[in-house]
Design a protein around this ligand. Structure first.
Ligand code: HEM
Length: 533
């Protein structure tokens, strides 16, 4: 009966008819959806371009084609036209108001969820299941609690010697470049340092990028490519999913050697996690036999997995696939971000001779010799150096993007506007840090602004975000920045080499992290003196 009905249907309708019918239905659906978004959608009354409110293709035009990663600057224009609150796409409300940060990025008991659409929070993504992509406030709190201790100030202090050892390898490379007269790419040298540090810190692993001729540049490029892929994943989730799951790694390597590194890393972490589980089992057994040797051994090469495996998290949270996502996140979050901040702070110091002079004068009593050793605590207690670091992070726009949140159970109020519970609301870090009302003459590198107004940092510094999802790695970042900059500036004289701020430094593309223009050639220096040589 069924088959005769079907054959009847096929006789009457050709493939072309079915195709045309499908397309027509899709168009009708699209038109009805646009009408809904412009009329009875909960955000329909908010100001902004109608086209942006009706369809995601508006954002596509600026972020993917024909423009690339430029929607942030279109959002800036929208604010000039429509005011401080704008509906920038069918589901996002963007606010540009420095006094409304604490409402969006609230902490404590006020629940703030992440927006799955923007972060492409899928379980099979490279960062799926990680603390960064966790949508739900309560699940996030649980995952975050298991990581906090590992990145506390005390824990970073315990790793200070390791960080100093890595910086010494970097110094060796600078000394060699001084002898040979070679140019050093600060972009890649800093990437090598930060990846070697986070790998040793979090996993007790040696990635040895600092000793590679090209500083393991492929990793930094891979992470950068992954970020640039973000808007594609947002607009075409099925494509992102297919790339991540269906393309065999050999083919992926041929399409993009950089992208192929990501699944390779995942496998590497899986191996490491399995080893941690094995060590933990071994530890339990030997402990019950009264022997602590295995425990001691595992402490020597301590990895974050051991902490998570010992934590109170439920067993499903300790599954290898979830831990691998957490590991991937830590390497990605800990490498490119800190590398960009470090190379950009160094750029601004070298580009501002007065700052360099003042900084060296401040460092001299603490580090009188080219080989003087110093602690992070001593450097943090200085007056000018912390202001240089804060200003450098502000201008490096490491995280440039909008960071969407939603309050699942709370109605928010902004001026005369009522933002319904569940509505996605956000500010962009780049626009905030370039706001001339808070940071007069925002393009200028001026560390004194933080000294002249001691409340500025507490109230308006967004370098690491705010609230319950503030950056996990802050203490590690500061340790890396203080120790490296102090050590390099005390031992070496260097000058910028063919580095143009507008081309190589300024952020021209936004893909969660801020990137310079595609023509950018990185930040490069020539070493003009090695005082220890
Ligand atoms: C200069 C370097 C860095 C900057 C500027 C930076 C900035 C940020 C910002 C702005 C956020 C908040 C994002 C949001 O509001 O949604 C964040 C989150 C995060 N960062 Fe960093 N970061 C840096 C380095 C690091 C390092 C070294 C690590 C390594 C542990 C790290 C790990 C994380 C993690 C895990 C999160 C997610 C936190 C959560 O959702 O609970 N970051 N970072």
């Amino acid at each position: 009966m069924m088959s005769s009905q079907l054959s009847g249907f096929l006789i009457h309708y050709t493939f072309k008819d079915v195709l045309l019918g499908g397309i027509s239905l899709y168009l009708v659906y699209g038109i009805l959806l646009c009408i809904y978004r412009l009329t009875i959608h909960p955000l329909a009354q908010f100001p902004g371009p109608k086209l942006a409110a009706a369809t995601f293709w508006y954002e596509f035009y600026y972020d993917l084609f024909p423009h690339k990663l430029r929607y942030l600057w279109k959002i800036e224009e929208m604010h000039k036209k429509y005011g401080p609150i704008v509906r920038i796409n069918p589901i996002h409300l963007h606010i540009n108001d420095p006094n409304y940060l604490d409402e969006i990025y609230a902490g404590g008991k006020r629940k703030r969820n992440r927006d799955a659409w923007y972060y492409r929070s899928e379980s099979n993504g490279p960062l799926g299941w990680s603390v960064f992509q966790t949508v739900d406030h309560d699940v996030h709190r649980m995952r975050r609690a298991a990581l906090n201790r590992f990145f506390s100030k005390r824990s970073v202090q315990e790793h200070e010697e390791m960080i100093i050892d890595k910086i010494e390898i970097l110094c060796g490379r600078f000394a060699e470049a001084y002898r040979t007269g070679d140019t050093v790419s600060l972009t890649f040298a800093c990437g090598a340092l930060t990846m070697d540090v986070i790998s040793a810190y979090a996993f007790g692993a040696e990635t040895d990028n600092l000793t590679r001729q090209d500083f393991g540049a492929e990793y930094l490029e891979a992470y950068s490519k992954l970020s640039q892929f973000g808007p594609v994943g947002r607009q075409f989730p099925w494509l992102a999913k297919a790339c991540l799951t269906l393309i065999p790694s050999s083919l992926m390597h041929r399409i993009s050697p950089a992208a192929a590194l990501i699944p390779r890393n995942r496998l590497f972490f899986r191996g490491m996690i399995e080893e941690s589980v094995r060590q933990q089992e071994e530890g339990k057994r030997t402990k019950s036999e009264g022997l602590l040797e295995a425990e001691k051994e595992s402490q020597k090469n301590k990895s974050i997995f051991q902490d998570i495996l010992r934590s109170n998290l439920p067993p499903s949270e300790k599954a290898p696939a979830r831990l691998a996502a957490e590991a991937n996140l830590l390497v990605i979050a800990g490498t490119e971000t800190t590398a960009r901040a470090l190379s950009l702070v160094l750029f601004h110091i070298l580009d501002n001779p007065q700052t360099l002079l003042q900084l060296r004068e401040e460092l001299r009593p603490l580090m009188p010799h080219p080989d003087s050793r110093v602690s992070v605590a001593a450097l943090e207690a200085l007056r000018f150096f912390p202001a240089v670091i804060t200003e450098g992070i502000r201008l490096s726009h490491v995280v440039s993007s909008r960071m969407p949140r939603y309050a699942p159970e709370e109605t928010l109020r902004y001026s005369k506007w009522i933002i319904p519970a569940g509505a996605r609301v956000m500010q962009s870090h780049y626009l905030h840090h370039m706001n001339p009302d808070i940071f007069p003459d925002p393009y200028t590198f001026n560390p004194h602004r933080w000294l002249d107004n001691p409340e500025l940092k507490q109230n308006y510094f967004m370098g690491f975000g705010k609230g319950s999802r503030i950056c996990l790695g802050i203490n590690l970042v500061y340790a890396e920045l203080y120790l490296t900059i102090a050590r390099l500036l005390t031992r070496f004289d260097m000058r910028l080499h063919e580095t143009i701020r507008e081309r190589d430094v300024d952020v021209k593309r936004d893909c969660i992290i801020g990137l310079p223009s595609p023509e950018g050639q990185g930040i490069r220096v020539r070493i003009t003196q090695d005082k220890a040589g």
